[in-house]
Ligand binder design. Sequence first.
Ligand SMILES: Cc1ncc(CN)c(N)n1
Length: 221
Amino acid sequence: MSFFERLKTSAPAEWRAYTEHPFTNGLADGSLPETAFRHYLVQDYLFLIEFARAYALAVYKSPSLADMREAATGLSAILDVEMNLHVKLCGEWGLSASDLEQAPPAAEMLAYTRYVLDAGMRGDLLALKVALAPCVIGYAEIATRLASLRHADAATNAYRVWIDEYAGAPYQEVAANARAHMEQLADRYATPAREAELITIFKEATRLEADFWEMAWRAGK
Ligand SMILES: Cc1ncc(CN)c(N)n1
């Protein structure tokens, strides 16, 4: 079993609560209230700014030049690609990039990003990549599932653009590379003695991902 599969099978309830959260199903069938999606996107923009810092930390924590390049590619995927989706979608509601940057941060966004940054500051590159895994690899898995659901109204679903972005080849490639790199790091640095510590980090980050959906889901009620 791969390292990532071992992480997932050590946190089945957390992984399910995250990847099958009602928010995701609301995206798939278009039933998600717009207020929930809007709250999510604004907080996610702030989240991505903090995650860009986490990738910059990964550059600093990189033992080799190849690790550094991989982290720099992840950083660029956030700053140069993923954030543009948020700016585009929020622009349709009249929100500018600077409006997004100035939005008050939600406790769930702060808790999650601080947890990941702290795991990376205290630990090595592998610990940081494990903390980042639910984010980057999880969204690829979620979007692939949502895209395969093929609801009858797929063509008119306002959230189709979000699903297509994360189910599309460029994001799937980013996630596949992140996964392959984490497997490589695990071969180099994961020992049986460390496995429990790494599983704890993965579980906690996954739980914080589910809390992030829940925060936005509540905003739609
Ligand atoms: C909260 C969250 N988790 C994951 C992703 C995908 N990079 C995201 N944009 N936002």
